[in-house]
Structure formats: structure tokens, C-alpha cells
Design a binder for this molecule. Structure first.
Ligand SMILES: NC(=O)c1ccc[n+]([C@@H]2O[C@H](COP(=O)([O-])OP(=O)(O)OC[C@H]3O[C@@H](n4cnc5c(N)ncnc54)[C@H](O)[C@@H]3O)[C@@H](O)[C@H]2O)c1
Length: 324
């Protein structure tokens, strides 16, 4: 029996962002586990095609507190995945991260409080560590300086969950993800490179010097990590913080090589230069995952598998690029 089945069979679970990349995989796992699943999503970056047909779908914006409150009735557990997940362009619209990631998160917590729902899993990010001094970066590393509005808004979200846990007796599971790859991936470097190369295979613009080193994780490993953690965390603790990642990193240039090889193209590589791809880009990300591994979780997909699985999905589903 899977961890998700042990936990969620016969339960009601609400997934915000359940039409998005990671949230749709969470919703699938919950449906598979025998939960009654409600997906709340405004389809701003998600797709109706990703919504599990056995879930109830509510097209709701999390800033609409009345609709959110109605959807929350009768739920046992909330997976809060909805967010503005775009780090790079945060400075172009500085209120967006605050509205979508901070205000929306508090709206979710208030709807829970109003309906007597007290268990929540939250998708934070490894970007909260900014440019850390320690690699692999453990959960208890300090992060005094934020380098993006996105990460700042996720720190705020984590803070709200902790305060609701302390103040109102919520149980909160906070997950700090590295970049996630796999089927239904619709943003990030593999998507950008695939889209650019599909439009013009003779040239590829790369942000930074291509030497950025980042860790990635396959979405199936990510979902399994979340379910394992919730199943095995100590019930006495109200706030659980876990990194989700892999023990290795991938240089952007190496990823470019795999992508070009798979697509059968040999473009001229044009670098924008510098160690960082954009203001706030972290040139190195490697998260410590011992806390997760102690619970018995291990990633099953290699970095190579994960990049190729992502490309396979994009090539089979080119329509996902239409809206971008
Ligand atoms: N993908 C990654 O590599 C990664 C890494 C670290 C953290 N995360 C976090 O994981 C979560 C899921 O990311 P993703 O990659 O699946 O992104 P995504 O954009 O595919 O999914 C987000 C979903 O939330 C929905 N949404 C956004 N704002 C909403 C609102 N106001 N009301 C209702 N729905 C709304 C979108 O329509 C979309 O379906 C996010 O919280 C993101 O910050 C993702």
C-alpha cells in the first residue's frame, strides 16, 4: 500500500494549483489513493487538460475568499501548490508575488480556520536560502538575505503557516523544492530551451555563462517525498520542514548538450554572460536531503532521466507552449 493510500483513502483533500505541473501530479496521487479530491485553480498558468477527471474542479482564484471558503467546507487536508511560480520576471511586476503567494496563502489559511481544517502541505522553494554558504544546504541553514521577490514571498508563506500552527494548532508540512522536472512541466530552463530550439534550431540564447550548477528532481520523486514525509513525520511536531532534491547537480551547459542531442540539433550557443542568468538567479543550488532519506525516501529518477522525460512530454504535447 502506498503512503498516500494509508493517509488519504476515504479522506477529503483540496489541492490548490491542481491544474498546474506539480499540483496535478499530487491530485493524481490522491485520487489513486482513494481520496475525494477538490482542485481549486484559476487556470492562470495551469491547464484544464491536466485536471484529474475523477477530481471535482473549481475554477476559483484564491483572492476570491467567498468562493474559496465554500470549496473548503468538509475538507480534511489541504495541499497548497497554487502560486506565481515564475522567479525570473518577478521584478517586472513586484506586487504579483505578494498577492499570489502571500495574500493567497493567508486566504487559504483563513478559509481553513473558518472551516475547522487544520492540516496543510505547502510548496516552498530552495530559493529561500538565497546564495547559501553551505552545500548541500540543510533545512536549518540561515537565510538572512533574499535575492528574489518570489523567494521572499515564499519565506512569508512559510512564516504564515508556522504562525497558524503555533497560534491555531495547525499542522504544517513545508517543502523546499529544487527545480522539478517531468511530464506536464511548462516553465523553466528545459521548457525555454525546447521552445527556442523548436522556433530556431540554429541558435540558442542562454542566460548567464551556462556554468550555473543546479539540482533537479523528477516530479514523481517529489510527490513520493511529500507523501512519505506526511506519512512518517512525528505527529507531536506541528511544523515540519523538508528539502526535496537530489544529491547531485547539473550544469546548464550539460543540460543544453542533452537537449540538443535529443532534439538532433547543433545550434550556435549565445551566452548573455555572467555567473547569474538574471537578477536573483542563484548560481549554485544543492539541497541536503538527509532529513527525507531518514524517512526512507530515495529518488528513483536520475537527472538525465528527468531531463529526457521532460523533453518527451514537451515533444508529445507542443500545445503547452501556445499560451506562453
Ligand atoms: N516547478 C518547480 O520547479 C518549483 C520549484 C520550487 C517550488 N515550486 C512551487 O511549487 C508550486 C507548484 O509549481 P508548478 O511548477 O506546478 O507551477 P504551475 O504554474 O504549473 O502551477 C501553479 C498553479 O496554480 C494556479 N494558480 C496560480 N495562482 C492562482 C490563484 N491566485 N488562484 C488559483 N490558482 C492559481 C495556476 O493556474 C497553476 O495551475 C508553486 O507553489 C511553486 O512556487 C515549484
Amino acid at each position: 500500500m502506498s503512503h498516500a493510500s494509508t493517509l488519504f483513502a476515504g479522506k477529503h483533500a483540496l489541492v490548490t494549483g491542481g491544474a498546474g505541473f506539480i499540483g496535478s501530479h499530487i491530485a493524481d496521487a490522491l485520487v489513486e489513493a482513494g481520496a475525494t479530491v477538490t482542485i481549486v485553480d484559476n487556470l492562470s498558468t495551469g491547464f484544464a487538460a491536466f485536471v484529474n477527471p475523477k477530481a471535482r474542479f473549481e475554477k476559483i482564484d484564491l483572492l476570491d475568499t467567498t468562493a474559496l471558503d465554500a470549496a473548503m467546507k468538509g475538507q480534511d487536508f489541504v495541499f497548497h501548490l497554487a502560486a506565481n511560480a515564475d522567479i525570473k520576471d518577478g521584478l517586472l511586476h513586484p506586487r504579483k508575488d505578494i498577492e499570489q503567494n502571500v495574500v493567497a496563502t493567508q486566504n487559504v489559511l483563513e478559509a481553513m480556520r473558518a472551516n475547522g481544517v487544520s492540516k496543510i502541505a505547502f510548496s516552498s522553494t530552495g530559493s529561500v536560502y538565497g546564495e547559501p554558504e553551505v552545500f548541500p544546504t540543510p533545512e536549518n541553514a540561515p537565510f538572512p538575505v533574499q535575492t528574489s521577490l518570489y523567494a521572499a514571498s515564499k519565506v512569508c508563506g512559510e512564516g504564515l503557516l508556522s504562525a497558524y500552527a503555533g497560534g491555531y494548532g495547525f499542522s504544517a508540512w513545508i517543502f523546499r523544492f529544487v527545480s522539478i522536472l517531468g511530464p506536464r512541466y511548462t516553465h523553466g530552463h528545459v521548457f525555454d530551451f525546447w521552445r527556442k530550439l523548436s522556433a530556431d534550431p540554429s541558435k540558442l540564447a542562454i542566460l548567464g555563462n551556462g556554468k550555473q550548477l543546479k539540482s533537479y528532481c523528477h516530479v514523481e520523486d517529489c510527490v513520493e517525498a511529500i507523501m512519505t514525509t506526511i506519512a512518517k513525520s512525528e505527529s507531536a511536531t506541528r511544523v515540519h520542514v523538508h528539502n526535496i532534491g537530489r544529491p547531485d547537480m547539473l550544469e546548464v551547459n550539460q543540460s543544453v548538450g542533452w537537449i540538443c542531442e535529443t532534439l538532433g540539433v547543433t545550434p550556435e550557443l549565445v551566452y548573455s554572460g555572467g555567473e547569474r542568468g538574471w537578477v536573483g538567479d542563484s548560481p549554485k543550488i544543492l539541497l541536503a536531503t538527509e532529513r527525507l532519506e531518514k524517512l526512507g525516501w530515495k529518488p528513483r529518477h536520475t537527472l538525465h532521466d528527468s531531463v529526457l522525460a521532460t523533453l518527451r512530454f514537451l515533444r508529445e504535447n507542443p500545445w503547452v507552449a501556445d499560451r506562453s
